[in-house]
Design a protein around this ligand. Sequence first.
Ligand code: GRF
Length: 194
Amino acid sequence: MKSIRLGVLGSGSGSNFQALLDAIDTGRLNAEVALVMSDVPDARILQRARNRKIPAELIDCGAHATLFPASEQLRVANRLSEAAVDFVCLAGFMRLVKEPLLQAFRGRILNIHPSLLPAFPGLEAWKQAIAAGVKESGCTVHQVDSGMDTGPIVMQERVPVLATDTPESLHARIQEAEHRLYPKAIAWLARSHR
Ligand code: GRF
């Protein structure tokens, strides 16, 4: 069976990217990472890709701290298309994706978020969960639309919030769940994509 081709966009450590690689290596995900791109030149995700000889490229947002300029989105869309990517996986990518990247890969851009959406969208969702006093949180894989953490939900995994949890301990438990969930959700989507 033909494996799907993934493009991965991230700004940070890339532990979710690593979880995808591990799932590929152990046969849980029939996929190949064709291209990794990051807006942060020294992001560990780029180093992880280079260690695996996976093409790793920079996204240039100029002096903009949070904006992802439309011209750069178009260039990134073209690079992902040239790499014949089937799905684009956001893995800790800290800029909002809009047209024209959305249009080029409509329904095929995924994100992983550290809460049970629609609860706690936005930054540091694990801190939001602790502040709200909920007994349960988790993580969500969803399709990306033009909102922030608002697209159709693909899969979720629940984790308990313990009375003794600090933001750090809860974040660590959610990340463990993310590393299980992202490969599982992509494998499921890939099967329905054929
Ligand atoms: C993850 O917690 C993910 O939910 C959020 O950003 C974080 C990325 O972590 N969107 P990593 O770079 O994959 O380690």
